[in-house]
Design a protein around this ligand. Sequence first.
Ligand code: ADP
Ligand code: MG
Length: 324
Amino acid sequence: MPQALSEFDLIKQYFVRQRPGRATLGIGDDCALLTPTAGKQIAISSDMLVEDRHFFAGADARMLGHKSLAVNLSDLAAMGARPVAFTLALALPQADRHWLAGFAEGLFALADEHGCELIGGDTTKGPLNICITVFGELAPGQALRRSAARAGDDIWISGALGDARLALAGYRMEQNLPPADLATAAARMHTPTPRVALGCALAEAGIVHAAIDISDGLVGDLGHILKASHVGATLDVDALPAGPVLARQDSALRRRYTAAGGDDYELCFTAPAASRDAIAALAISCGTPVTRVGRIDTEAGLRLVDAAGLPLDLQLTSFDHFSG
Ligand code: ADP
Ligand code: MG
């Protein structure tokens, strides 16, 4: 039997890396020390993943490592901030070496892709709970705030929506999906791609007004922009890009899951029509497709329309932990 891991052995073995990092002082002291780049602001965000709430008990550790950082990087992307560092607060039911190795592998693969350094955290015994705080940098005045949408703006979406929600329906047996389709859709649910390059490029180019990442479903998340910006919107539901598996389902399901799926981690942003060409060019250079799906109006409220511009009543609800 291998010896039981102590808390400090666990941190050292799985989370301390022997390589120079961006932080002035990394893991090991009471605090980490970060020296901000001169003239930059620091963007900070936390996101927690709780077993049985955000993922199934027994979920693959490698995927959890990826997703717990991905959802945080998605918030930086939605603000237009470049990832710098993160902390990891972990409650674990036991120190399982196999689980820890998988988790660290998924976590650091994504962290390295974005040059984001683990600089500290906390480790305790308890029901599985993963909380990450990310730190990013951006120039003052460049942040893509929810309150910045203006009437006349186009509404844009990155990537494609709805496959993560479709996978959930597949797991719950609400939808009957062939195993290969379920696997493709589930990959979107378990290993979302944070749109960091696109979010940062849009913010740095100064061609976008408001942005948000779509975690709880487009209609609900766009609603946050509308409220903060004191505007309304018209959304062409049939223009919403569906994920490859959802794209093959009937139009009622496609409309429902693209408009209010959840767990997409795509960006929704608004920009003046004058930015169209520049946005299309940036999207190509970032390798992330973007689609124009509606416009911001002075009239309050969100109007859902079909491809012909006729009103749709989809009776959608957005995800809410305390009323869902
Ligand atoms: P303290 O007693 O001051 O809370 P700890 O003993 O919890 O500090 O942690 C020791 C060091 O290890 C600290 O630098 C802390 O940031 C780091 N650390 C603890 N848990 C983790 C983790 N899960 N990932 C990365 N660093 C961690
Ligand atoms: Mg501690």
